[in-house]
Design a protein around this ligand. Structure first.
Ligand SMILES: *[C@@H]1O[C@H](CO)[C@@H](O)[C@H](O)[C@H]1NC(C)=O
Ligand SMILES: *[C@@H]1O[C@H](CO)[C@@H](O)[C@H](O)[C@H]1NC(C)=O
Length: 842
């Protein structure tokens, strides 16, 4: 089980429980039968199912022959599945239809236990208007245990609205039964009627002589959406169990109210709850990212399927940035697909239909980045429907399957015996021409875009990628010059000690940026003008050459927008030097307190936290092995000149010779306020220790004060205790940085507070993954952004207005020296720390 697929979608879950969504469409035919029931039954979704007994001639349906065998359940009498009508002979339900065209027919089966009838083993055939839905069906054959079977079919009743006649025919010597029937006319736009005009953007034209069965209806990256939340009373299942590798995807979501529909797509196509969530590629910000997210669905072989892919770009900030490929059963279905172009905007719903014919019992859906992208490689999918076509015998039952006929099939090029027929193959030549033209247009558009964007890109997903420093000519280097001095290692290069000596003016003390466990850090300028941070190992440091080398190799392979890049290294006798990108903005802490730097806005703070969370998430999950940072704190999150956050000092912790020693060294470093209490108790290091420390960072960002500030009153010394006491009272706003007052959306703050609180859970197992944290922070950012949009029209009353007067002025206490390096153990072991110091504590 991968926790990523269980990201709590709080907001959407809340909507799901609070209100039901009403579609724009009111079906003209909407017949709901509670079969065998005595009275009208109101379901949870608000719909009322009428009993199916004694239908008079004026009734909307007719039962022939009128049968009165019914069974009731003692246990669930008030439920659709509390009763069933039982048939000992072939029986028809005939519905008087008013609306022409396609209708949903939903059949509910549940074997109510009865002393007289054995419904579990009842074997029967179900059909309607010449189609066979179920042939020799029996509940027991399905191998289900106590679950309801809900079958959904789509039948076209043609232009003259003939009655819909549902037949239930017991197999010889057996009986038939049904618990509930729904007949609902479909809006045209969900399924175009025969003869609808078709263009690339429209649903496929399908002859009315086909019935469909819904096999899968999936809400990617989101929760179960029940009939209550769908205007056509459909249900949408989560995709988790269909993902081949759940670690390859991350669920994302947005405010469902922000989803826009175009004229061609409406809530009848799929509710906004479906479009508001998606799966995206995990670690999508990693360079060289080349993989697909793959889902596999069970289907019956020998049938044709309509595959509807629902897309909505809830991810990008600009149109045309998200291009990806879609494959169906290993064949390319969409190439460099651009949702925002197709949908005509961001956060706008659209869908694409494919028809495939399969000769194996699987449908494999894959999305992945194209070979070449002008932006970060990523891919998303919001929803999916797989509908089975009735075959030439008019059957939807697998036992009446057949070899494919009736469709022109492309040459079966390979042994894997599958045939994906893109719709194009049976639309006329005119459409082909239109697509060719469209392809040309797209091609040129894409080329233009590539050219436009390459200049400003700060991240090039190529193996030789380097961060180019735009906007500061002094530090600018060209990709070419860097690449040509390229080394054997993937990103970093070997530097001569002389070169480094020159760069740092022979390790001039005035250039010292800081001191870390490894040694001193100097600012330097390489020969090519690149400004760097040079970390020089303490001469006589216990770190052996081999570990040093291993470390360089590992760090060289780590490359991420939110990690400080190792750009070079030097190892010569008695000298071990690492050279990193210089981060002009310096440590995050300096931007929060204790300096005269301008105050960061809440949005900037959120973006910085999101950046750092991405970096940590990558360390935890992006590389071959999990890398635990082990010293997450505001001084180890550096900012570049654009305030992009980059995690630094990662991996160095792994240099520690033994677990014990690394543990000790952490303690000596004195980052007490950040330490995971569980790590202290059990001395077991996991990535959840980083999550805890990150929770402390979040609080520091919010409150703009050190993690531990001994100069404050007792209850305020430890930021976690202090802020969490407000959080638990639901008044976190009382702890925030006074500079933020009046500019923060209360909703955003709430989300942020929740995220921090979860990170700070006592036990690692209860803490979220960095992926989950990231999701929550991104959500908090969205809330803040929409708040900022509304600010100005006086309607937004939910920002924080009062300056909390109980926040102590943060004086110039010597907290910095306290929480950074202290070689000795001059850390006061007051009672505040005693719980941390005692491994058996709590
Ligand atoms: C797709 O290709 C893979 C690898 O070649 C193969 O194992 C799999 O069976 C194929 N899937 C389908 C649906 O054809
Ligand atoms: C994604 O899947 C398709 C079809 O199976 C395959 O051709 C392609 O190489 C895959 N892409 C990556 C990046 O693995």
């Amino acid at each position: 089980m991968n926790p990523k697929t269980h990201i709590p979608i709080f907001f959407i879950a809340l909507i799901l429980t609070l209100n039901s969504i009403n579609g724009t469409f009111t079906p003209q035919d909407n017949f709901l039968l509670n079969c065998g029931g005595n009275s009208a039954l109101k379901l949870e979704d608000g719909r009322i199912f009428q009993p199916d007994k004694n239908p008079g001639s004026s009734s909307f349906f007719l039962l022939t022959p009128a049968s009165h065998n019914v069974v009731y359940s003692d246990t669930k009498p008030l439920d659709l599945y509390g009763s069933a009508r039982v048939f000992t002979q072939a029986t028809d339900y005939s519905f008087k239809i008013q609306q022409k065209g396609r209708h949903f027919l939903r059949l509910h089966f549940y074997p109510v236990s009865s002393p007289i009838y054995n419904l579990k083993d009842a074997t029967f055939t179900v059909g309607a208007n010449g189609f066979t839905f179920l042939y020799d069906f029996s509940y027991s054959k399905l191998g289900l245990d106590q679950s309801v079977v809900l079958k959904e079919y789509i039948v076209d009743l043609g232009l003259d609205s003939k009655p819909l006649v549902v037949n239930l025919v017991p197999s010889s010597g057996s009986i038939a039964f049904v618990n509930g029937i729904e007949v609902i006319s479909l809006p045209d736009r969900v399924f175009p009627a025969t003869g609808s005009s078709i263009s690339e953007n429209e649903p496929v034209e399908i002859s009315g002589n086909i019935a469909f069965e819904t096999l899968h209806r999936i809400n990617m990256g989101g929760p179960y959406v029940s009939s209550k939340n769908d205007g056509l009373w459909r249900d949408w299942k989560p995709d988790g169990k269909f993902l081949i590798n759940s670690a390859s995807a991350i669920a994302i979501s947005t405010d469902p109210d922000s989803i826009k529909y175009s004229s061609r797509v409406s809530v009848d196509t799929a509710p906004n709850l479906v479009y508001a969530t998606a799966q995206e590629m995990a670690d999508a910000n990693v360079g060289n990212q080349r993989f697909n997210i793959s889902w596999v669905f069970d289907v019956d072989s020998g049938f044709r399927y309509l595959i509807r892919l629902h897309f909505c770009d809830i991810l990008s900030h600009n149109v045309g940035n998200l291009l990806f490929n879609v494959y169906i059963n290993n064949q390319s279905a969409l190439s460099s697909f651009d949702i925002s172009h197709k949908a005509n905007g961001l956060s706008t719903a659209c869908f694409v239909d494919f028809i495939v014919e399969v000769q194996i019992e699987k449908i494999l859906i894959q999305i992945g980045p194209p070979q070449i992208t002008s932006s970060l490689p990523n891919a998303i999918l919001n929803g999916l429907e797989i509908l089975k076509f009735s075959n030439s015998k008019g059957s939807l039952d697998r036992s009446q399957g057949e070899n494919p006929i009736g469709v022109k099939v492309k040459k079966d090029k390979n042994k894997n015996n599958l045939l994906a027929i893109v719709i194009v193959s049976f639309l006329g030549g005119a459409i082909l021409l239109a697509i060719l033209i469209a392809a040309f247009v797209l091609y040129f558009r894409h080329r233009k875009k590539t050219r436009d964007e390459s200049g400003g890109s700060t991240w090039l997903p190529s193996p030789m990628a380097v961060h180019t420093h735009t906007g500061n000519s002094e530090t600018k280097i060209s990709l070419g010059s860097f690449a040509s001095s390229g080394p054997s290692l993937s990103f970093s290069r070997l530097l001569a000690f002389m070169e480094i000596k020159e760069a740092t003016k022979n390790f001039d003390e005035s250039l010292v940026l800081g001191v870390g466990g490894f040694g001193k850090v100097y600012k330097g300028v390489l020969e090519n003008g690149l400004v760097v941070a040079v970390k020089r190992g303490n001469p006589g440091s216990q770190q052996g050459l081999i570990e040093f080398r291993t470390e360089i190799e590992m760090l060289s392979k780590l490359r991420h927008r939110h990690l400080v890049s190792l750009i070079g290294f030097c190892h010569e006798p008695n000298e071990m030097v690492l050279v990193y990108d210089f981060m002009a903005g310096g440590p995050l802490r300096r931007h929060l307190y204790g300096s005269n730097l301008p105050c960061l806005s809440w949005k900037q703070r959120l973006e910085i936290c999101i950046g750092a969370a991405k970096g940590l998430h990558y360390l935890h999950t992006g590389a071959e092995e999990t890398i635990i940072h082990r010293d997450v704190k505001t001084t180890n999150i550096l900012l570049d000149e654009n305030l992009t956050a980059k995690v630094s000092d990662f991996g160095l912790s792994k240099l520690g010779p033994t677990v014990d020693q690394t543990h000790v060294s952490t303690a000596v470093k004195g980052s007490f306020g950040y330490l995971d209490p569980e790590y202290f108790r059990r001395q077991q290091l996991t990535e959840k220790s980083d999550v805890y420390s990150f929770g402390v960072v979040l609080l520091e960002v919010l409150c703009a004060r050190p993690a531990i500030n001994p100069s404050l009153p007792r209850e305020q010394i430890n930021i976690v205790e202090w802020a969490m006491s407000w959080q638990k009272k639901g008044q976190l706003e009382r702890a925030i940085d006074p500079h933020l007052v009046g500019t923060v959306s209360l909703n955003s703050l709430r989300k942020f507070g929740e995220a921090a609180e979860k990170c700070l859970a006592d036990y690692g197992a209860e803490r979220p993954t960095m992926g989950d944290v990231l999701w929550n922070l991104e959500y908090a950012l969205q809330l803040q952004e929409s708040f900022m949009k509304n600010v100005g029209d006086e309607s937004s009353m939910n920002e924080i207005k009062d300056i909390p007067d109980w926040i102590q002025e943060i004086g110039d206490s010597n907290h910095d020296s306290f929480s950074v390096v202290s070689s000795g153990t001059d850390v006061p072991t007051s009672r505040v720390f005693s719980q941390l110091m005692d491994p058996r504590g709590r």
